[in-house]
Design a protein around this ligand. Sequence first.
Ligand code: SUG
Length: 431
Amino acid sequence: MPELNLDGLVGPTHNYAGLSLGNLAATSNAGQESAPRKAALQGLAKMRLLVSLGVPQGLLLPHRRPNTGLLRAMGFGGIDAEVAAAAAREDAPLLAAACSASAMWTANAATVSPAADTADGRTHLTVANLATMAHRAQEWPETLAQLRLAFADRRFFAVHGPVPPAFGDEGAANHMRLCSGHEAPGLEVFVHGENRGGRFPARQHPRASQAVARKHGVDMALFTAQAARAIEAGAFHNDVVAVANETVLFAHEAAFENRTETLEALAARVPGFTLVEAPEAEVPLADAIASYVFNAALVSLGEGMALILPAEARETPSVSGWLDRVVADPGNPIGQIHVLDLRESMRNGGGPACLRLRVALPEEAHAAIDPRFLLDDARLDRLERLVERYWPERIAPSDLSVPQFWADTADAHAALLAQLGIAPEELGLPG
Ligand code: SUG
């Protein structure tokens, strides 16, 4: 059984607020107009491609935004229109945080350890605390509610609350798994950051990674550091410079602080380990990060693997030339390349890999997932129509405090839940 991909549906408040220091795409697009409808349709087209490739596909839902609870907890009071106006006047970045659609990047929703890796033989999921960035730290309670609903069957799944916020955890974006096949036991690779004295924060604390492995009962683990140089160059998560699937690691030469040691450990512990690495001399780190080539989704098909790339990877000459060279090698593991336009998400630093949470599952566990989170073409058609009807075409920063915008996004969210047959109370939301 290939693994399930749970993509985040882009929410109706998708906007460019430049909230993530160290995420160069997001900070350089701060203040631009966004196109939420187009963003959500681009994401749905990605999900449709995966369905057409025969990969099980599901979704996680956008969170209810604006998060008035956050604004009220920060001291803004009155009716919603007063809260919005005062927040816009006194703390525009906080208002933007409360409006952020950042839950769309579900690689940061949780860390997943498949059943074959864990002590009790269940699939374990730990929701990520996302403690480093204010706009992302508000996500975990609603994400946890969705995971508890989707993976409610305790015979197969254990869903854990977050690691304490003293230790930043950004979920699967800093976690890889190497294995002979998705149902076989794997080596789980936890990549943390350390960037003392750097300009940009390291968002994954090593103790958070260790805690997740402990909670999941994972013995076969490797802990390694992201290169501080990569963080400084804008790789705010490991998945900006590396992705793994089965025995294959697809990565940039500058991904790990201790490259040689890390690669030797992988070669020693993963039978058939295959490295597809871009040398710095051929693909400069800046090009790798700007193009998001390593934020590709590398997925197993019935036969071979497909690499799902953002269009930017083919538009960057050094990257595209290297890719051509890789696939021309008859021994290379990548059988197909698919190129997607995900520009709306990309402009906030979110590529194909950021938009999905991978859950490798045995067949009977797959059947136990709440089917309301699973997708097929008919469901995708209905979601597209819903997005076309309810998602705003454009958002400028000044729209975030407009009462009609708040009302419209609430309607959009309610219509989505109704279409999926999920009651707000099931997610712990007021009705
Ligand atoms: O956390 N961008 C996200 C992008 C997350 C990408 N995820 C992975 N690499 N897995 C982030 O930096 C930008 C929002 C803004 O600035 O408005 C943002 O949150």
